[in-house]
Design a protein around this ligand. Structure first.
Ligand code: F6P
Length: 531
């Protein structure tokens, strides 16, 4: 993209109007600055974006070639240039084969059918452990091989009617030990989920789980399944190819929950609800491919992200689901967004002309309100907030809870925008009987600067289909932001150095090698740990 456009964007941001003024001038602002996809509504009216700013952002996306690059991705072009791979996670949920991808699509359908057959066998007790029907399924994986299914298993708890699901990811032995504690190895199925089947955390946890199983089960391998692109390595681990579900290298780890990496989720909720999840993702794909850019939800979500981060200079964004079952969504989005767009260089190797993607963080509301919202409202840094909320909850008998939840969500975006002036705070203190300097001193603590931007994603209810739409929405947002920044959103070289150094440190910790050549801090820490 023409780098002069970034300077212009920053110039526009310097003179941005107040959100309340925009609402005062334009009665139709809410309608004009919101967009729908099916029954999902994305409201970005409580931001400082004006019509001309939006037009400028849209012209930036055009200049960056977003539409052509989107089409290239869906058609299977090798847009992950640093790994020379296509980026085709959308194929995992495509109802029909895109032109030229018929063979790949048929293979996806075949593997999905195998997953469904296995999931049904586990669910109906046709597949058993040594002690009978499977009661517990442990997914051992990390990053994209853990966060997606773990996030979705919680999100879709009302649809869960299969064996209990557990997720082990951390190499900290506490994770696997606490998970195995109390489980019966004779009725447990372990799924080793690793795209590469080399990830040290996953392989270490898988071996520990195998030993735990072997203590009670005569053929532990028969209670293991694997999900991977490396079928030679799953065979070497001793997992029967009949229970190995493969996928291709054109599915990135953090984009992989739609295929075999979703196996544990499918066992938990059943193939039909898993299909509904895929259908939701496909509906968002169709919208992304066909809606005009000015009405395109992923494009607009991305443009708002670019505006806040690269335009206004807000370095972080908070993801605040008012939906307790989306508690793991912020962690999921941290990987999706930060592993994808946390890069220093553009595709051609040149330094980025602006900052890369933002820090993404968050917690469900209303819990966050009683923890970190103080800083969001009155701290010196502005943090754009992304609220997510369902019109209806699942708990019909607890609808008063849902009313309170929604009221709090809407109140937060209103409070962030409207704030409270010094004069209003003064009046409040005067009403409490304070006067003069003490009234003013107390009032100053009760001022809310306001004009703090937020967006709200409103959906009817957190169903499998809606979850699919939400996840695909964010995937495409990352893509659009990546294209505008010139980033390859599909590699992750930044995780490699730490892995290499950890491998080099392990023999030093074991006393097999000396610490010569290590820095003073690392040597001191090693020496204290070794005692
Ligand atoms: O270390 C980062 C990473 O490669 C992620 O991109 C990936 O999701 C995760 O590790 C797990 O990788 P794998 O599925 O190959 O075990």
């Amino acid at each position: 993209m023409d780098s002069a456009l970034w300077d212009e964007l920053r110039r526009i941001a310097e003179t941005r109007p107040k959100i309340t003024e925009l609402f005062a001038k334009d009665e139709a602002r809410a309608e004009d600055f919101s967009v729908s996809c099916g029954e999902m509504l994305f409201d970005f009216s409580k931001t400082q974006v004006t019509r001309s700013t939006l037009d400028f952002l849209l012209s930036m996306s055009k200049n960056a070639g977003v539409a052509a690059k989107r089409d290239a991705m869906f058609s299977g072009a090798r847009i992950n240039e640093t790994e020379d791979r296509a980026v085709l996670h959308t194929l995992l949920r495509a109802p029909q084969a895109p032109e030229g991808l018929e063979v790949e699509h048929a293979e996806v359908a075949r593997i999905l059918a195998n997953m469904a057959a296995f999931a049904n066998n586990v669910r109906d007790g046709s597949y058993t452990g040594q002690g009978g029907a499977i009661t517990d399924v442990i997914n051992i994986g990390i990053g994209g091989s853990d966060l997606g299914p773990a996030m979705a298993a919680l999100a879709l708890a009302p649809y869960h009617d299969g064996p209990r699901l557990h997720f082990v990811s951390n190499v900290d032995g506490a994770d696997v030990a606490d998970t195995l504690d109390g489980l019966n190895p004779e009725t447990t199925l372990v799924i080793v989920a690793s795209k590469t089947f080399t990830t040290i955390e996953t392989m270490t946890n898988a071996r520990s789980a195998f030993e735990w199983m072997a203590a009670k089960v005569s053929d532990p391998g028969s209670q293991f399944a694997a999900v991977s692109t490396a079928e030679d390595k799953t065979a070497a681990f001793g997992i029967d190819p009949a229970r190995v579900f493969g996928f291709e290298d054109w599915v990135g780890g953090r984009y992989s929950m739609w295929g075999p990496i979703g196996l544990a989720l499918m066992i938990g909720i059943g193939p039909d609800d898993f299909d509904a999840f895929l259908a939701g993702g496909a509906a968002m794909d169709a919208h992304f491919q066909s809606a005009p850019m000015a009405e395109n939800m992923p494009v607009l979500l991305a443009l708002i992200g670019i505006w806040h981060n690269q335009g206004c200079g807000h370095a972080t964004r908070a993801v605040l689901p008012y939906d307790n079952r989306l508690a793991r969504l912020p962690a999921y989005l941290q990987q999706l967004e930060m592993e994808s767009n946390g890069k220093t260089v553009a595709m051609d190797g040149a330094a980025l002309p602006v900052h890369s993607g933002p820090v993404v963080w968050g917690e469900p509301g209303t819990n966050g309100q009683h923890a970190f919202y103080q800083l969001i409202h009155q701290g010196t840094r502005v943090i754009p907030c992304e609220f997510l909320v369902a019109a209806k909850g699942h708990e019909d008998n607890l609808s008063h809870h849902h009313e309170l939840l929604v009221a709090n969500c809407l109140a937060q975006s209103e409070a962030l925008m409207v704030g409270r002036s010094f004069e209003e705070a003064q009046a409040l203190m005067a009403a409490k009987g304070l006067e003069g300097a003490e009234r003013d001193r107390q009032a100053r603590h009760r001022v809310f600067p306001g004009d703090r931007p937020s967006t709200t994603l409103l959906y009817p209810k957190l169903t499998p289909e809606v979850l699919g739409m939400i996840i695909a929405l964010y995937e495409h947002r990352v893509f659009v932001e990546g294209v505008m920044l010139g980033i390859n959103s599909y590699d992750q070289w930044g995780v490699e150095l730490g892995k290499e150094l950890a491998n080099a440190l392990t023999p030093i910790l074991k006393g097999e090698e000396s610490d010569a050549g290590k820095d003073g801090s690392t040597r001191m820490l090693l020496s204290r740990i070794k005692g």
